[in-house]
Structures are given as structure tokens and as C-alpha cells.
Design a protein around this ligand. Structure first.
Ligand code: NI
Length: 455
């Protein structure tokens, strides 16, 4: 499933074959479309389309080109229209100083009105900025409420603009112009977009992908953009589809069900989420602010049984490695690890364990020998460089010298010739150089994890 979060199917360009366009979209896996209003009349047509087609949702907006048509009555009308079903956003609104089809001060006035309207209605904003990046940011900072968010659509700015949009909490969307042969610079900037903030859009009928350049664009062509993003971000096409669908669902509240997962693929690895229980309570842990990793819902209703885990894995040979990871500490279920790994090893699959290193403490005995021949690689989350910090940030259940025990666990893995990696985090107070030294002295592989990046 993929979602086109921005297109204009109400335009005349689609009058001859709108049903066909929707059919092709469905066949291509596009099963939600946000039709974006770019004028007062266009907004009314968007709502009509949302009524006619189950997969179409409507956004209410007036493009900055048309800002001169916006009056207080427009805002009142929109406030009433927002009560219609399937209205999910305000936009596109913003500033366009490239063509200045409405005077600048008129654009600014209308933009502010729409920001306040979106704030009142608690709807996300679909933002347009062309040759006006600085002004758009300044106005957003001054006018929007703190928790108000939205998407910067058809992103065409530089790295600084990207960073500031992200700091404002905005989602980011590039159109199919990302696929253009000559879009090298744009693709460079695109590498800086965290997948967690990415949306897909065609902006159809405009900006068809390279394969159809110059022709009319349509939602089914979104698959070309998915392919481009998978190359730019080094993720699979399935990853891009799932993550952007989750993001759009979150931003536009599209009521797409996202059930929790026991086995969850990312790139060419399969991760196993066998428990949500952990013996640390790390300040930075993603489970305290999101149920999702790379678009996968990891909040388990209950711990899965061995059989449920094996069923969720399916054919393990499809993956480069199978990783015990998830939202809890896998070694709280050591028997499950052993049983699942035994099966996986008999299939010749590589097995990795991601752990907080508390396994010996949890099971009240040294466990490394029990993993021999079952687990090929262990990734121990050490996170920080001193015991004090570990106690302060990770808050272990097992008392003040847990940090030392984690190091002991890693040493035991190394002694038993298990490939051992130790990860630390780029937290503000952590001395990364010192972390690296500690890890190298043990003879383990050092890996630095970025805050907020999971999966
Ligand atoms: Ni547009």
C-alpha cells in the first residue's frame, strides 16, 4: 500500500478519464489519495471527489497564486466545509515568490489566516514554498501553535531549509522530480530526510517521473518515486511504502489499521519482537514516545508463543539474517531464543542477538555457552562510557554495578568466539572516543548509534 498525499485530480486534465486514473492508482497499490485544494472552487471539487471515490480524501486550501481571492468569508466557508467527512488537511497554502501572481503582502496575509484556521481546526497543513523559504519559516515560527504540524510539499530547498523544516516538526515530501536525470543536487539533499518524516506525493498532473517526463502525471506513477527513494535512503521498496504509509496515516489520521508485529522485515533482515519487557528504562528508548520502528508497530498485546513466532517468520531463507531485537530484552525469553535459533540454524540462516547484556543477571546463570552454535553474532547495547551515566540514563533493574556486568557479558561472548559488537549512542554527555576505546580494548566491534534512529 502507498499513499499519494498530494495531487489535483479535480483539474481539467483528468476530466476525460478520471475513473481510469483512479483504477490505475488502485492497481499500482495507491489506496489513499489526498486531493489538494488549490483554489476556492478546487476545494469544493476536492470534497466532491472525496465523496465519489472511497480512496480519495480532501484538503482545503488556496494556492498562494490565488491568494488575492481569499477573504474573511473564504475562511468562514472553509471552516464550514471542514466539517465534511474525509477532510484531512488545510492546504496547499504558503508563499510563491517565483511567479508572484498575487502581491507578496496579500500572500502573507492569506497564509497567516490559513495557519490560524488549521490551528483552530486541529488539522495538519500542506505547505507550499517557492523562492520564499526564509519568509515561510519566519511566518510559521511566529504564527503556528506549538503542536501544529504539517508537510513541506514539493520540497526544493537546500540542506539548511531541510534542517529548519525538520526542527519545526514538519514532514517532508518531494515530488517525482526526484527521479529526473538532472536532479543530482536534489537527491543529495534528499539523503538528509529521515524516513520517519517522509511522505510520498505526485502533485499530479504536474511533474511526471523521468519515464514520462513532460507528460501528464498521475497517482499510479508514485511507484517510480518509491523506487527512487529506496535508492536514495538505502531501504527496500517495501520499507519505503510501509514507512510513508505509516507517516501519512499519522499526519492525516486516515484510520488505516496497523496491527502489531512479531516478525518485521527491514531491508534484507528479519527482526523478531518476542517481548516488550526490558530490564532497563533508558531515557532515550523509542518505546516511550513511539510504538513504531521503521513503520512497524512493535507494541505487543501479549508475549507471542513459540509457535506464533515460528509462523511469523515464515521461510527464513528469504533473509540475510534473523535478528532478535524488538521493544524488549530478548534474553528474558532465553528458551524461546534457543528453540527458534535451533530451527533457524538447521536452515543455515545467520542469527544475531541484540541485547542489553543483562542475560546472565536475568537468568541467574552465565548464558553465553548456551548460545554457542545458535547465535552467530551478538550486539550489546552499552550506550555510554561510565557506570554513573549508565545508572542515570539506563536505570537498570539490577543495581549500581550493572554496567560492569554488561561488560562481563560482552567479554564472555568474545572469549567464546561469538562475533561481538558493542554499540554506544551519540548522546550529548557521552564521550564517544572513550566508548570506542573501551570497546576496542575488549576486542569487540564498535558501532555508534544515532539518537532517534532505530532500525
Ligand atoms: Ni500542488
Amino acid at each position: 500500500m502507498i499513499i499519494d498525499t498530494h495531487c489535483h485530480l479535480d483539474f481539467k486534465d483528468f476530466d476525460q478519464d478520471r475513473d481510469g486514473v483512479i483504477d490505475r492508482a488502485r492497481k499500482a497499490g495507491v489506496n489513499r489519495i489526498v486531493n489538494v485544494g488549490s483554489s476556492i472552487e478546487g476545494t469544493r471539487r476536492s470534497i466532491e471527489l472525496a465523496k465519489r471515490y472511497d480512496i480519495v480524501y480532501a484538503s482545503l486550501g488556496v494556492h498562494p497564486h490565488e491568494a488575492k481571492s481569499v477573504t474573511d468569508k473564504t475562511i468562514d466557508d472553509f471552516r464550514a466545509l471542514a466539517k465534511e467527512r474525509k477532510v484531512v488537511a488545510i492546504g496547499e497554502v504558503g508563499l510563491d515568490y517565483y511567479r508572484n501572481l498575487s502581491p507578496k503582502e496579500v500572500q502573507v496575509g492569506a497564509f497567516k489566516k490559513f495557519i490560524h484556521l488549521a490551528g483552530d481546526l486541529k488539522l495538519p497543513m500542506i505547505l507550499h514554498s517557492r523562492e520564499a523559504d526564509r519568509e515561510v519559516l519566519d511566518i510559521l515560527r511566529k504564527e503556528k501553535e506549538k503542536d501544529q504540524t504539517g508537510v513541506m510539499h514539493c520540497f526544493s530547498g537546500d540542506e539548511d531549509f531541510l534542517k529548519e523544516c525538520l526542527d519545526l516538526g514538519l514532514f517532508i515530501s518531494f515530488t517525482c522530480n526526484l527521479t529526473f536525470k538532472n536532479a543530482k543536487n536534489l537527491r543529495e539533499v534528499a539523503k538528509g530526510v529521515p524516513a520517519e518524516r517522509l511522505l510520498l506525493e505526485t502533485d499530479a498532473p504536474f511533474l511526471a517521473p523521468q519515464e514520462f517526463r513532460g507528460k501528464r502525471n498521475e497517482p499510479s506513477y508514485l511507484v517510480y518515486l518509491v523506487e527512487e527513494w529506496s535508492k536514495v535512503l538505502g531501504l527496500s521498496k517495501d520499507d519505503i511504502a510501509r514507512i510513508t504509509t505509516h507517516n501519512a496515516n499519522r499526519l492525516f489520521k486516515l484510520n488505516i489499521e496497523e496491527p502489531s508485529e512479531i516478525a518485521y522485515p527491514i531491508r534484507d533482515s528479519l527482526y523478531l519482537n518476542i517481548t516488550n519487557e526490558c530490564t532497563n528504562a533508558c531515557d532515550f528508548c523509542i518505546r516511550y514516545y513511539s510504538g513504531f520502528v521503521k513503520g512497524h508497530n512493535l507494541r505487543l498485546g501479549k508475549e507471542p508463543t513459540l509457535e506464533e513466532i515460528q509462523n511469523a517468520i515464515g521461510d527464513p531463507k528469504r533473509y540475510k539474517e534473523i535478528v532478535f531485537c524488538g521493544y524488549g530484552e530478548p534474553t528474558t525469553r532465553l528458551d524461546v531464543i534457543k528453540a527458534v535459533s535451533k530451527e533457524l540454524k538447521s536452515n543455515g540462516v545467520k542469527v544475531r542477538l541484540v541485547t542489553n547484556g543483562h542475560g546472565d543477571l536475568i537468568n541467574s546463570r552465565p548464558i553465553v555457552k548456551e548460545l554457542l552454535g545458535l547465535v552467530d553474532k551478538v550486539s550489546v547495547s552499552l550506550n555510554v562510557d561510565t557506570q554513573e551515566q549508565y545508572n542515570k540514563i539506563c536505570k537498570p533493574n539490577f543495581g549500581a554495578d550493572t554496567y560492569k556486568k554488561v561488560l562481563d557479558f560482552a567479554k564472555d561472548c568474545i572469549r567464546n568466539n561469538i562475533e561481538t559488537e558493542i554499540t554506544c549512542l551519540d548522546l550529548p554527555d557521552v564521550d564517544i572516543k572513550r566508548c570506542e576505546r573501551i570497546v576496542k580494548e575488549l576486542g569487540a566491534i564498535f558501532r555508534l548509534r544515532r539518537m532517534g534512529v532505530t532500525g
